[in-house]
Structure formats: C-alpha cells, structure tokens
Ligand binder design. Sequence first.
Ligand SMILES: [Cu+2]
Length: 164
Amino acid sequence: MRAFFIASLILLAACGAPSTAPASERAAEQAAAAQLEVRDAWAAPTPSGVEVAAGYLTIVNATANADRLVAISTPRAARAEAHEMSMDGGVMRMRAVEGGLAVPAGETVTLAPGGLHLMFFEVTQPFTDGESIPVTLRFERAGEIAVSMPVRRAAASTAEHTGH
Ligand SMILES: [Cu+2]
C-alpha cells in the first residue's frame, strides 16, 4: 500500500514538472522572434521622359515562417510590381512574379540587376542620382516595411529595362 502511494507521487511529480523544451523548439521560438529584414535597397536613375524605373534590395528572412512580398507602393509611381527575368527563345524577358515574391523561411532573396527587381510604372518624376525614393513593401506575414531607396548607378549597369 505504501509502495503504491509513493509510485503515485512520483507519477504526479513527473506530470507536473515544468517541461524543458527540446533544442529544436527553442530554436523555433528564437526564429519566431526574429524579424524579416530588408537591406541594401537602391534604385537606378531614370532618364528624363522615361516613365519606368527599377529598384533592388535584399530580403533576409531569419524567421521560422515563409513569407511573401505581396504589394509594393511609392508616392513616386502609379504602381509597382516585383519582376522576374527569364529566357524565352534566346530573348531575356521580364514579367510580374505571380502571386507575390516568395521569401522562404531562413532564406535570403536578392533583387539585383539582371534578375529579380522591383519595377515602378508611371513614375511621377524621374529618379535622379543622389535622392532617395520612399517605398512601402507589404508582406503577407511581416506586414508593411518602409524602405528608402537611394538612387545611384549600378557598377555594371545594363539597359535591361528598355523593353518596357
Ligand atoms: Cu521589370
């Protein structure tokens, strides 16, 4: 009888003890506290009279959740889209990324000349060297992130946007 009582106590103690989360769970909690980060944003200058402009940046997703860039806006253009480049019969073409730009958990997505980029349409006034373009990025999970895109020339600038 006494032995049974002690065994019950031990069982109760085991159930009531604060559980120590396994390392993987703790890592997930830390990742959940991490933020989606946008860095190295910049935009290319546009010649006078040109109504489209391109912007570039790096999205670092240190969180445990996949995210998605679903909308881009700026007071400097009527609309903006995330674009991807693809080869089509030997011709480089660009098109809007369908359904938003995916930013997988734990990954970094780089938008750079010749690849993924932000495209601004109906620019209200040309982007000029030295100014900064305020841009709001809206992510599915992280919400809105405001970035300032300094306008500068790319080191190896190409005329990849003459197609518009
Ligand atoms: Cu484009």
